[in-house]
Design a protein around this ligand. Structure first.
Ligand code: KIV
Length: 271
């Protein structure tokens, strides 16, 4: 693997990576400290995902998180990032109504957080909004397949695009997003074979989550891949750490030390 060294990732670097066959690595983050760690490790894209609604705020779905809350998370992530591209999710209700509303929401995110791009869910239904945001100079990442903001329409988080109607719409939508000017698209939870076909059908990078390996890059929710939530076990998830156990062990040791009065010791006090 002889990849080009990028000192700063832009939407253009991502297109170049696709052309050169270099895979794109993307993770979510929602705060300054984790963003700094992930950026230092050379992640290509940090997504300030509306999954913050689940992993930061404890909501069951991504629907309740507000635009103000997303901007708060995005500001913190931007402060902790240097090399990576920071993309921020437009939350549910901030862009579906009409394209003027969508543009206003995107501009607030860009102006108030300092992020580099926005992401929004959907295909032809949000095409006008995507075009209007891009016309204003804001890069847009699309999101197709399983779109969690529509969970009450789908009724379940199972794999999408198994039936011919949905496959047809997906093929149509990905072309529409490319034509509208999206710089990349996330494909969530669709059959790997279809994801490969869709990836080969467009020039823009396709980032998969539960979409197999024949896409241009991968994204995972940071809390899931670090093993902070052992109850979430989808097939596509690979855990790279076991932070929930590590944290549990550390906190229990601290409690014992405090109860035993063995913390702090003489070296840990001021004279
Ligand atoms: O909000 C999020 O974390 C996402 C990823 C799962 C792609 O949209």
């Amino acid at each position: 693997m002889n990849n080009k060294i990028y000192t700063k990732i832009t939407t253009h670097s991502l297109q170049e990576m696709k052309r050169n066959g270099e895979k794109i690595a993307m993770l979510t983050a929602y705060d300054y400290s984790f963003a700094k760690l992930i950026d230092n490790a050379s992640i290509d894209i940090i997504l300030v995902g509306d999954s913050a609604s689940n992993v930061m705020a404890g909501h069951e779905t991504t629907l309740p998180i507000t635009l103000d809350e997303m901007i708060y998370h995005a500001k913190s992530v931007v402060k902790g990032s240097n090399r990576c591209l920071v993309v921020v999710d437009l939350p549910f209700g901030s862009y579906q109504g009409n394209s003027k509303n969508a543009l206003e929401s995107a501009i607030r995110i860009m102006k108030e957080s300092g992020a580099h791009a926005v992401k929004l869910e959907g295909g032809s239904e949000v095409e006008d909004s995507i075009k209007r945001i891009i016309e204003s100079g804001v890069p847009v990442m699309g999101h197709l397949g399983l779109t969690p903001q529509s969970i009450y329409k789908f009724g379940t988080y199972t794999v999408r695009a198994k039936q011919s109607e949905e496959i047809k719409k997906l093929k149509n939508d990905i072309k529409k997003l490319e034509k509208a000017g999206c710089f990349a698209v996330v494909l969530e939870k669709i059959p790997a074979k279809l994801a490969k076909e869709l990836t080969e059908s467009v020039k823009i990078p396709i980032i998969g989550i539960g979409a197999g390996s024949d896409v241009d890059g991968q994204v995972l929710v940071m809390h899931d891949m670090l093993g902070m939530n052992m109850k979430f076990n989808p097939r596509f998830l690979r855990r790279y750490s076991n932070l929930s156990e590590i944290i549990d062990e550390a906190v229990k040791k601290y409690i014992v030390d405090v109860k035993n009065n063995s913390f702090p010791n003489k070296d840990e006090e001021y004279n």
